[in-house]
Write a protein that binds this ligand. Structure first.
Ligand SMILES: [Zn+2]
Ligand SMILES: [Zn+2]
Length: 320
């Protein structure tokens, strides 16, 4: 499935099997998770440097030749030499290339990836269930780490990332408060099933102060809302790659050593840590499979908020 440019529908195309260069692997794609970033790409809110491009950056597949099952995440390549790369912050690399954005991704039968940026997939997971771990899980985990040891954690937007973070946070003994779109009873029930002790509309205040909040929804107005919900010293972590503008708010809401920060991309270390942790929790992903040619429908379902858990493109997935 190919994106020709912003605001164009994904198009089914016949492409040649890609040729791996030195240091790259040719991967037979089994499954590829769908991420909100894919929707931002289609909507032109995130700009692909390669067009046309095959989107998809949560690839699970097997390496042709070795048969090893690997995952390919959003971080597809880094320079290794810039100030960020040299200080353990390759997620901020000035020249980073991202899968399904700057290089072709996994909404396809085959993909090529830099072997140094692929992860082994734990045996505990089927192809479909593993796919959402690779971005929703990884970046959710990085965002969770940015909340330090916050006990009372708010999650704004209960989609693919939150449904994984919720399980990890409960495993760590934190208390969870989930915020969804107003009237989203299904989403709120889903959050409670996964361990949230309270779930309600994002406009509603939580029953008590929070120690930190992670904003997954791409809605800037939620930032001051979340800021008003956190206690002194609390952090609001914005985990999405794009968000609508943040409305102004009184300095008093930030006062008391509250902070706002973003989380960008991932490092390979995040991936190694999270994929070791996930089977211990154990994280169970709720996935909604779509055939490859229905990738566009998956994106529309993501946009509408109809989805519960994570959409995954099943290309040649072994049954769950
Ligand atoms: Zn993503
Ligand atoms: Zn770099």
């Amino acid at each position: 499935m190919v994106l020709d440019g912003p605001r164009r529908p994904l198009r089914l195309a016949d492409l040649p099997v890609p040729e791996p260069a030195a240091g790259e692997s040719l991967i037979r794609v089994h499954a590829c998770g769908v991420c909100r970033t894919d929707l931002h790409l289609v909507d032109g809110e995130v700009v692909a440097s390669k067009l046309p491009v095959v989107p998809g950056h949560q690839i699970v597949g097997t390496v042709e030749g070795s048969g090893e099952r690997v995952g390919v995440p959003w971080l597809g390549w880094t320079c290794g030499g810039c100030r960020y790369c040299r200080t353990g912050r390759e997620n901020l690399c000035d020249r980073a290339r991202f899968t399904g954005c700057d290089r072709d991704g996994g909404f396809a039968e085959y993909a090529v990836a830099d072997s140094r940026f692929c992860f082994p997939i734990p045996d505990d997971y089927s192809d479909l269930q593993a796919a959402p771990l690779l971005c929703a899980g990884l970046i959710g985990y990085r965002a969770l780490r940015m909340t330090d040891d916050a006990e009372r954690l708010g999650l704004y937007g209960f989609g693919a990332a939150a449904h994984i973070v919720c399980q990890v946070a409960r495993h760590q003994g934190r208390r969870l408060f989930a915020f969804t779109r107003a009237g989203d009873e299904h989403g709120q029930r889903f959050a409670r099933e996964l361990g949230a002790e309270w779930a309600g509309a994002s406009g509603a205040g939580p029953p008590e102060e929070l120690d930190a909040a992670i904003v997954f929804a791409p809605v800037g107005a939620l930032v001051p809302t979340a800021l008003r919900a956190v206690a002194k010293g609390g952090a609001v972590v914005c985990a999405g790659i794009h968000m609508s503008d943040i409305p102004s708010f009184p300095y008093a809401d930030l006062w008391g050593e509250r902070s706002i920060r973003s989380v960008a991309n991932l490092t390979r270390r995040d991936g190694e840590e999270f994929l070791a942790l996930a089977p211990q929790v154990p994280v169970r992903t709720t996935v909604v499979p779509y055939a490859l040619e229905r990738a566009g429908a998956a994106l529309e379902d993501l946009r509408s908020g109809r989805l519960q858990g994570a959409a995954v493109i099943a290309v040649a997935a072994a049954p769950s």
